[in-house]
Design a protein. Structure first.
Length: 314
């Protein structure tokens, strides 16, 4: 990303998240997999995960709530950006149906950057606002349960469903998204993928090996571009893939775990939805105060990676 001076930036004016009602615990998985609760918790940090709904239905709920949170109506939204790796159909984009149900009359399209998708979506919103949009609805939703082999212990214990959304509104000046850094290393795509009409295939050891430096690299680049260090950050909101990955990456960044938002224990890994879900929960718990600097950081299949620094001024 090239630094430049511009007249318009973004501020987050609304936010929300949505989880399916159905809770699948580790005890439930014990009945069908060669595993047990303690083994899953030790390796992933997950105690339970949410499963159910469709990408469009979850997106509609989180998107509607985010628009209401911003004090806006659907007519105010210029563009809907839906980050997802589990579209309801190959064609058309799932954003089209979500747009229709919400009553948005502006543009609508999907972004697929796997678990990094939500931060990619914020970067897209930043560009749209810089060039004329007034309000952009960014939604991150995935229903990974639909592409999970529930007989495969290596993946069934991880994946889940959920949605989170933010409304990005134009403000004069640079705005509150201070910087972002996006990355991709396609040579590593073979370690985590899903074919058309197939199920998720993952080489867990290689994903772990690649994930930690990916998080660290884009985080440091985003911090550098904002003229900040990790000590300036009040809260790190990472992609909720595996608590071991979160701990290892934050240790290398120098971020203590009491400054890290962790929701994976009760939500599982819902790909592009995890960052906005964890953010929404942290904000509701009072962990983010006005003026705080927040680091959003993720990685995913591709291997994609993305980080952004946000000054929280709702």
């Amino acid at each position: 990303m090239t630094s430049f001076t511009r007249g318009r930036g973004l501020r987050v004016t609304g936010w929300s998240s949505q989880l399916p009602d159905n809770i699948v615990t580790n005890r439930d998985l014990e009945k069908s997999l060669d595993t047990d609760h303690d083994w899953i918790v030790d390796r992933t940090g997950i105690h339970s995960r949410r499963v159910g709904g469709t990408t469009s239905s979850l997106s509609i709920e989180s998107g509607r709530a985010a628009i209401e949170s911003a004090g806006l109506t659907p007519d105010d939204i210029d563009v809907l950006v839906l980050a997802t790796t589990t579209p309801d159909r190959r064609v058309p984009q799932t954003a089209a149906g979500v747009q229709h149900e919400l009553g948005i009359t502006g543009g609508a399209f999907d972004v697929n950057a796997a678990c990094s998708g939500f931060v990619y979506g914020l970067a897209v919103a930043d560009g749209l606002i810089a060039t004329g949009a007034n309000h952009v609805l960014v939604i991150g939703t995935d229903t990974l349960s639909t592409i999970t082999d529930w007989t495969d212990r290596s993946t069934a214990i991880l994946f889940a469903d959920g949605s989170g959304a933010m409304v990005a509104s134009a403000v004069d000046g640079p705005g509150n998204l201070l910087s972002w850094s996006l990355g991709s290393d396609g040579e590593l795509e073979r370690h985590l993928y899903c074919e058309h009409d197939g199920k998720m295939i993952m080489n867990g050891k290689e994903v772990f090996r690649s994930a930690v430096p990916s998080i660290v690299n884009t985080s440091r680049e985003a911090l550098d571009r904002a003229g900040l260090t990790i000590d300036d950050i009040a809260l790190v909101v990472p992609h909720q893939a595996n608590v071991r990955i979160i701990e290892a990456a934050c240790k290398r960044l120098g971020a203590p775990m009491d400054k890290v938002a962790v929701s994976i224990d009760h939500t599982g890994n819902s790909s592009s939805a995890t960052i906005p879900i964890a953010f929404d929960e942290a904000e509701a718990a009072g962990r983010i105060q006005s003026g705080d600097l927040v680091l959003l950081t993720g990685f995913g299949a591709g291997m994609s990676s993305a980080s952004a620094v946000l000054r929280w001024e709702p």
